[in-house]
Design a protein around this ligand. Structure first.
Ligand SMILES: [Zn+2]
Ligand SMILES: [Zn+2]
Length: 264
């Protein structure tokens, strides 16, 4: 079973380059904007899987981020009704990946055991680890759990034939990447296992880290899951993704097709 895979940008943040790397960079004050994405997977039978759920307008305002278009509207523009989606993968519970899960009212939410434990456990007593999380998002996950809408995974798991999740940890303890079979081979949505291409290619990590060793191994795991093809590893926040892949017509450059060969 092969799938179409789309990267959908819904927000952005202008920032200096040094904000995106742990180690010093040559030109720390150069502009290096960060994009916020969700991903839509769709097969010929109409099965839709949404990977991550983004942040909403209130969260954007609170954190000084730009919301270009809400995640719900972005999906509807791709002819995907959030209430119809059967499966939602939450790669991890950071604010920019786990908001608005209520709009997916009929979906199973796929998450790693360790991410739920992490977001509700002792490490949330530490401000610098807690800061990328929103209590409301975590509470929404607990509510979904008690409504029997959560599917837990421990390491590797299948969401549907041709779509699997793989825990890498590192950036957040239960961070998982998604591997999807496409017509051009397996594509790995790395999410925050690799924020920018440059984090992986230069070996300079993004500075939000729970386990540095796991984070660096995550780059290798993602590449291996993609069959060693760098063009099939999709970073979670790099604006270059929108240049490297074919734009979907009628989406103002906000959506690109990851299952088609790269163009740049
Ligand atoms: Zn994150
Ligand atoms: Zn993120």
């Amino acid at each position: 079973m092969t799938w179409e895979a789309y990267a959908i940008r819904y927000g952005r943040h202008d920032r200096p380059a040094q904000s995106n790397f742990l180690l010093p960079v040559a030109d720390p004050h150069d502009a290096m904007p960060l994009d916020y994405f969700v991903w839509l997977l769709r097969n010929a039978e109409g099965h839709e899987i949404v990977v991550d759920t983004g942040f909403d307008a209130a969260c954007a305002e609170k954190r000084g981020r730009t919301l270009n278009r809400s995640v719900g509207d972005s999906l509807r523009a791709m002819d995907c009704d959030p209430a119809r989606v059967r499966d939602v993968v939450v790669t991890h519970l950071h604010y920019d990946h786990a908001g608005s899960i209520e709009i997916f009212s009929n979906a199973k939410i796929h998450i790693q055991d360790r991410e739920m434990a992490f977001a509700t456990g002792r490490h949330m007593c530490t401000g610098c680890i807690r800061v990328p999380f929103e209590a409301d998002h975590v509470v929404s996950m607990v509510r979904a759990l008690f409504a029997d809408k959560v599917q837990f995974h421990d390491g590797e798991g299948q969401v549907a034939p041709g779509v699997t999740v793989h825990r890498v940890g590192g950036h957040s303890d239960g961070l998982q990447v998604v591997r999807v079979e496409t017509a051009r081979g397996p594509v790995v949505i790395a999410s925050d296992a690799m924020h920018f291409y440059a984090n992986g290619t230069t070996g300079n990590p993004f500075p939000i880290i729970f386990d540095l060793g796991a984070m660096t191994q995550g780059w290798r795991i993602a590449r291996k899951l993609a069959g060693g093809d760098e063009t099939r590893v999709i970073p979670g926040h790099d604006p270059a993704v929108r240049d490297r892949f074919q734009q979907v017509p009628g989406q103002n450059g906000e959506v690109v097709a990851l299952h088609l060969p790269p163009v740049g």
